[in-house]
Design a protein around this ligand. Sequence first.
Ligand code: SF4
Length: 619
Amino acid sequence: MKINFIDKSLIPIWEKIQNSERLSFEDGIKLFQTNDLISLGKMANWYSFTKSGDSVYFVLNRKIEHTNICVLSCKFCDFAKKKGEPGAYEMTTEEILSKLSDEIQEVHITGAMPPDWNWERYIDIVKSIHSKFPKIDIKAYTAVEIDFFHKKFKIPVENILLELKDAGLKTLPGGGAEIFSERVRRLLFNQKIGEKRWLEIHKIAHRLGIPSNATMLYGHIETVEERVSHLVKLRKAQDESGGFLSFIPLAFQPGETGIKPKEDFTSAIDDLKTIAVSRLMLDNIPHIKAYWVMLTEEVAAVALNFGADDIDGTVGEEHIAHDAGAISPMKLAKEQIIRIIKEAGKVAVERDVFYNPIKIYGNKIIGKIPYLNSIPIYHNLKIEGYKTVTLFPSQLGKMIANGDISAGLISLVDYFKNKDKLKISKWCVSSRNKVQSVILFSKFSWENLHKKRIGISEETSTSVLLLKILLLKKYNVKADFEIFNPSLKNYSEYDAILLIGDNALRELYNPKKDFSYTYDLSEEWYSWQGLPFVFAVWVEKQNFTDEIIVDDIIIKQNIDKNLSNIGNIISYYKSTISLSDDKLIEYIKGFKYEINEEENLAINKFQNLLEEINVCLKV
Ligand code: SF4
């Protein structure tokens, strides 16, 4: 993409971004210092598109702040009260339940730290919500609260998190990180945990299979250097544990804190810069949220073209920011959120707490898989009047089956399940012999995997079923399967793990000492059947007019052009895979993209084997 930079010093940074090179601390400072806001926004918007396409996520959520009574007295806080002080409140579990309903997807629970609650009361909140509303995703208790529970109730952090997870907790909120600066901590929140403990608690949560979010409170007394340092530290933590789902810059609300004059909110320019710089610096965090409660609806709407791909949700009721003078409304209706997203030229995607799509609002949408192996089809694939959403294959399959997406590559098994609603074209992603991106890492050989625990990702059903067929029909072995989240990198908890897509490719060249065996499932299939394996096929939604959305010729021209120019375009996509360009090019050239006779035979063979092992291919 061409950007006409007014600030030419941004050009080397833009080159780095386009070459998937990580930005340095100095680059972050330069981005904050530039006055070329439009160029900054264009870079961040482009980068956001490479991750999420045109999607902007939102959730039907409810914020619960169970109490404002706090043993601490942070200087920047206008929310906390002491027990007995006017305005102090505590909610009972019944009061909390009364604020929820079956329409809500996510409840976000954070509060102050009262002196006299017992551990059972916190657990009871989560358990009771989970039991009365099992479909609601529970995101509860910041790292600051978890540390408080640990100190007050003398329970190890691991046990606290495991008990909460057992009770129904799905993720941790990102609050309490404030700004990772010991100087600011001493001045504004010296009784609260600092960066080391906050990061440690999130790291433990990720190891235990609990993803989380991260925040940064800005616009008070912090320096630009402290903001960039916060981002760099968070990026390093994500490299290690991988469990941060989203990053939320929180604009400081001065209120009566006395830290700044009451009306001295952060400027829209500062808010947009912070969103954009966060998107560009945090190359390994999937989502950046424009939290409209603190930004205002108007600034959040603009932020959707400055790198944000999430606008939070309907919220319901919010006190922490509003007690400090936030001027945004208390809640937004779903229709308002969808309108804001559409007006920003994006596609509204209703999500759950893990960013799984629930519904996509729009009618001309191409679905895109975020794996390197589909670049030859998708790179520069522009269909007039259509937007793009990026989703994992199984998510895409579900959305195409729902009728939410018009066309795209979907997992072969999802095609089998929805044949009556879809038209298949002649394009696919298939491999002959080794594929390098569908790998079983195992502590045991195939024969010894009987009754062993295999972690499988939900990203695509086809590779999981290929694994099951190989185990049952080729090796006569029955293993136990458990869904796991590969981003959390807690691989060693399992006897074997199936990694798919770029995760598999990344780990293949980064040998895992826990696993003695590395099996390429496509190679296993080929040595058994002598056929290629078809992982995904290009499909279009059946429609009344029988109109073809993407012409075969357009896809063919795109594939040919991209494969002949793969050396140049690979840099846009290599992202966090630290493989040489040559290795990546060799990897992509190993795929076939056209369905020919052998691919058809392979598709039929796989379908027959699925029926033999009694996999239901009807929905
Ligand atoms: S910021 Fe949190 S911990 Fe600090 S006083 Fe307010 S409620 Fe208590």
